[in-house]
Design a protein around this ligand. Structure first.
Ligand code: F6P
Length: 372
């Protein structure tokens, strides 16, 4: 009897998604005679039963394409905006799983998707996931697809900013994606030779940063490149955020109004924090500053060869695990291989940069200021 699998992509898009869809779909069809359908726009499309056939030529010519041919959204099945309200649509999604006689649902996504997939696994569906995000912050995998491509784009940006910063004797602060983890800013910063790298894992002291820039000036280098993660915070901001979180935990616990939460940190978009940072550095150093926000450029365009390889490796392994009946797992990259990791060990966890990571160690040894 034919076996059927469904595929969806959820969360922010990432280079390599199409390579992964192709890897799962081709291996499932060619290797194991499975039938494959796609759901449009993440969990929302599955709730709304919007499908795409992924047979025949549908998987041809997509290996090198950026984005996702399925479309994506950040909607969660258990908290989905419907009209003016937010509803738990899990039952509808489960009904659609059975309506298509699925033997498995493959969810391609980052941390949020792993959590939502775990929720569906607990509802009895055969779920298997793949780790994608340019942020590289999914737990239990060596790396996520999308990261290598974004790393290349951010590094090239730093390379290009060097000549203009040097010519104008300026500080250029370049904001790199990564709300909660600094992998991208750290990686691109080290690879591109940024003079200062600021990441969420290391709250920074603005005076240390300014002193590092002044020290370079005194040595005859009248320009500096500051690579900053969008989630990087100063020591004061990090303390205020901690107090804010504590107050809201207290509020939830006691179910009464918390006192004076410093709401401005959470409400302050990263772009404005980056602009404020650049202005402060200009004031403290006397050097003119400029800001470059790389934004969604880092997520767009063709995947790098390394991401195509990774996505194909994980995608084809995913089809093999489905064939063996291995469910409730994320297919993780481990060394050169692909291993199934229980979703219970991935959901709700985040892989941040360890403070003793070799990239941090090397950055310090080449004299990069990390803001502490
Ligand atoms: O997917 C992760 C990420 O790229 C983060 O680095 C960034 O903060 C966020 O997505 C931006 O998301 P959106 O596409 O919703 O603006």
């Amino acid at each position: 009897m034919d076996r059927f699998i469904g595929i969806l992509t959820a969360g922010g898009d990432s280079p390599g998604l199409n390579a992964a869809i192709r890897g799962v779909g081709k291996a499932a069809q060619n290797g194991f005679n499975m039938r494959v359908i796609g759901f449009k726009d993440g969990f929302r499309g599955m709730v709304e039963n919007r499908t795409v056939r992924l047979e025949g030529h549908a998987l041809s010519g997509i290996l090198t394409l950026g984005g996702t041919i399925l479309g994506t959204s950040r909607d969660k099945p258990q908290k989905m905006p419907v009209g003016n309200s937010v509803m738990d649509m899990t039952d509808v999604l489960v009904d659609n799983y059975h309506r298509h006689h699925l033997d498995a649902l493959v969810c391609l996504g980052g941390g949020g998707t792993q959590k939502n997939a775990y929720h569906l696994m607990q509802r009895g569906l055969n779920i298997i996931t793949l780790p994608k995000t340019i942020d590289n912050d999914v737990a239990m995998t060596d790396v996520t697809f999308g990261f290598d491509t974004a790393l290349g784009i951010a590094t090239e940006a730093i390379d290009r900013l060097h000549s203009t910063a040097h010519s104008h004797h300026r500080i250029i602060v370049v904001e790199i994606m990564g709300h909660n983890a600094g992998w991208l800013a750290l990686g691109a910063g080290v690879a591109g030779g940024a003079d200062v790298i600021l990441i969420p894992e290391i709250p920074y002291d603005i005076n240390s940063v300014a002193n590092a820039i002044l020290e370079r000036s005194r040595g005859g280098k009248h320009f500096s490149i500051v690579a900053v993660s969008e989630g990087a915070l100063s020591i004061e901001e990090a303390q205020a955020l901690e107090a804010q979180k504590k107050a809201s935990r207290h509020k939830n616990k006691k179910k009464k109004k918390a006192t004076e939460a410093p709401a401005e940190i959470e409400n302050c978009p990263p772009q404005s924090r980056t602009v404020v940072l650049a202005q402060k550095l200009e004031d403290l150093t006397g050097l003119e500053s400029r800001v470059t926000i790389l934004g969604h450029l880092q997520r767009g365009g063709a995947p790098s060869p390394a991401d195509r390889l990774l996505a194909t490796r994980l995608g084809t392994a995913c089809a093999e695990f489905i064939n063996e009946g291995v469910f409730g797992v994320m297919v993780a990259a481990r060394g050169d291989g692909s291993v199934p990791v229980p979703l219970s060990e991935v959901a709700g966890k985040r892989k941040v940069v360890p403070l003793d990571h070799p990239w941090i160690h090397s950055a310090r040894l080449v004299g990069t200021c990390l803001g502490d």
